[in-house]
Design a protein around this ligand. Structure first.
Ligand code: ATP
Ligand code: MG
Length: 206
């Protein structure tokens, strides 16, 4: 009797600092999930976003993970990724993809990035490995001129999404200034930010 090969599970890895996660992130995740018929999109929380270190105060990874868990709660296909916290140290997408492959045999991986992140892709640690292990998925980001990935970034897709000019930097400034976050983050994320007293008295961020 022949054993039929199982179709690989199609999983999107959407990495970020998520400090905090906002509607821009969720709109990216649900639209890529839908367009590419993925089984899951993991919002992968960076343990140590090494390229941001020294530029500003970064909230503890455990708090950012709790916010992402609140953000994806009840949204089919979206999950919060804690793998980079478990691995510890600086977070490199190449390592993350290797661990995901090691944990699950039949997996087809997609690395999802906004245009700003895509433009910086060649500065990533072992970026060639990211292209070997996954298909790159690029989404537009308002205000960012998109330099298309070069041939060295391998196979890639562009997914059209509604353009939402929301950023975590602006949201942190809003909390600091006492301006509302309503409708820019989910109400569950807002409740977590308030309960954890996050982003107060940090001064403006660039
Ligand atoms: P910060 O202002 O602190 O850099 P951010 O809003 O850029 O925060 P990140 O956690 O840095 O959020 O981004 C994670 C990923 O989400 C990146 O690939 C980024 O390009 C993408 N992204 C963030 N906001 C948007 C948005 N509004 N539209 C499209 N992509 C986005
Ligand atoms: Mg950013």
């Amino acid at each position: 009797m022949s054993v039929q090969a199982k179709d690989p599970r199609r999983v999107g890895v959407f990495g970020g600092t998520f400090d905090p996660p906002h509607l821009g992130h969720l709109v990216v995740a649900v639209n890529v999930l839908h367009e590419l018929k993925l089984d899951e999109v993991i919002l992968m929380v960076a343990n140590d976003p090494w390229q941001k270190q020294g530029t500003r105060e970064i909230s503890p990874a455990i708090d950012r993970l709790a916010l992402v868990e609140a953000a994806v709660h009840g949204i089919p296909g979206l999950t919060a990724g804690s793998l980079e916290l478990e691995l510890g140290g600086p977070s490199y997408t190449a390592d993350t993809l290797e661990h995901l492959h090691a944990r699950e045999e039949h997996l087809e991986l997609f690395t999802i990035v906004g245009a700003d992140a895509a433009n910086g892709l060649l500065t990533w640690h072992r970026h060639e490995r990211v292209s070997e292990l996954s298909t790159l998925v690029v989404v537009d980001r308002p205000g960012v001129e998109s330099a298309l990935p070069t041939p060295s970034t391998g196979c890639w897709h562009r997914v059209e999404i509604p353009h939402l000019e929301v950023s975590s930097s602006d949201l942190r400034d809003r909390v600091n200034d006492g301006r509302p976050l309503d409708f820019l983050v989910t109400s569950s994320v807002l409740a977590e930010i308030e309960a954890r007293l996050m982003y107060r008295g940090q001064g403006a961020t660039a």
